[in-house]
Design a protein. Structure first.
Length: 285
């Protein structure tokens, strides 16, 4: 199929983009960056935006910068930017590890980090990263800018708290401690498919004991989120098979899993149990 008719706007500056978006948003105007999520659903006519605000020529939105505390990722930064470490910090290695799991290589060359978050697919690896690391989303409109915490950003399956006239201009990820450890694991039926469940973990060791544990799960529920019960099962414990299995069990019990015609809730609980344990095991390698 072909998309329904639409008008494409190509602003050169952020101010121009925001002015256009303010005008066309009431007509289901959408922002176009990578288009790897939006264009396919337009082709199937599941979405029929009358206007597309193409931000690919807007200056300044392709930046990746850090100030020693956070890594700032602009709205035009492609998935492929993270194939190599973008910052001399464990966060750089974490993003590189996760990036290779995002879809397929051609999609990574075009799709964007911020676009993935704005699309808010439960299976998105970048949404899981944002939720686990407590990212801050910077939304801009003609009314000004506002910072949105990750826990307040995701509102359900493919839904966020962005207003219709807001552009997700930047995402800020906190840098990790220099001695931070991390692990990532996801399960999908074929490489490049959407993850049916995924887990990201980070922590530090203090006198041989886990501290500051973060355990995030995505793909299993409508929104990715940190699992406090799993984090509590890790903090203060030495890294071990017993501790990792206890955290995985806690995560499996804590989620309220999605179900569909192919997947039962219990099966997804089993997947959560497996991906959390595997992510923790990877963190020790």
């Amino acid at each position: 199929m072909k998309p329904a008719a639409f008008v494409r706007h190509v602003p050169k500056t952020l101010d121009e983009a925001l002015k256009i978006l303010a005008r066309v948003a009431p007509q289901d105007g959408r922002v176009l960056a990578g288009g790897q999520s939006l264009v396919p659903i337009m082709a199937f006519r599941l979405a029929k935006p009358a206007h597309l605000v193409d931000i690919n020529e807007v200056e300044g939105l392709d930046k990746i910068a850090h100030d020693g505390k956070t890594l700032d990722i602009g709205a035009r930064v492609r998935h492929a930017a993270f194939h190599k470490s973008v910052v001399d910090n464990p966060l750089g290695a974490l993003l590189s590890e996760v990036a290779r799991h995002v879809a397929h290589y051609p999609i990574r060359m075009r799709g964007t980090f911020c676009g993935s978050l704005a699309h808010a697919d439960p299976a998105s690896e970048w949404c899981l990263v944002a939720a686990t690391l407590d990212a801050t989303m910077v939304a801009k409109s003609m009314r000004g800018a506002r910072a949105i915490a990750a826990k307040d950003f995701f509102a359900g399956i493919m839904a966020t708290t962005l207003a219709e006239d807001e552009l997700l201009a930047e995402v800020r990820l906190p840098l990790l401690a220099r001695d931070a450890r991390f692990g990532f694991n996801e399960f999908n039926r074929r490489a490049g498919d959407f993850a049916m469940s995924a887990a990201l973990v980070t922590y530090t060791l203090q006198d041989g004991k886990i501290g500051g544990a973060r355990v995030g799960v995505g793909g299993a529920e409508p929104c990715p989120r940190r699992i406090a019960e799993a984090e509590a099962a890790l903090n203060g414990k030495a890294p071990s098979d017993a501790a990792f299995r206890a955290a995985a069990e806690a995560a499996a019990h804590a989620v309220e899993p999605l179900e569909d015609h192919q997947t039962t809730g219990e099966y997804r609980r089993d997947l959560v149990r497996a991906v959390v344990r595997r992510a923790l095991e990877q963190s020790t390698q």
